[in-house]
Design a protein around this ligand. Structure first.
Ligand SMILES: [Zn+2]
Length: 101
């Protein structure tokens, strides 16, 4: 099992020769950016789901808030699905020139 949060980075010329996963290295700015995007979407999804739950409990199903949250949750779920798929492709090395290789 590869630990994707570990890197045997060495400060020599070939910095990532010891990395077990240079395609998805923890020091890769593109990876950091991607994970940040996923994390932010997850955070918003969590918030939207909580709001929706609250609105349902209140019984205000037909408010604009309800509509907004429902459609936003759909978009967020879809974006997250695509980004996670993309991440899996990088990990499986199906995306070329993403990491340090
Ligand atoms: Zn590395």
């Amino acid at each position: 099992m590869i630990d994707y949060n570990e890197c045997y980075y060495s400060p020599g010329t070939d910095k990532h020769s010891c990395c077990t996963h240079p395609n998805y290295c923890i020091f890769n700015p593109k990876r950091i950016q991607l994970e940040k995007r996923i994390h932010n979407l997850e955070k918003e999804l969590h918030y939207r789901n909580k709001s929706l739950h609250f609105l349902k409990k209140e019984g205000t199903h037909n408010t604009l808030d309800y509509e907004t949250n429902t459609s936003r949750i759909k978009i967020l779920n879809n974006d997250l699905k695509e980004l996670r798929k993309f991440r899996d492709k990088i990990i499986k090395k199906e995306v070329k020139a993403y990491g340090f290789i």
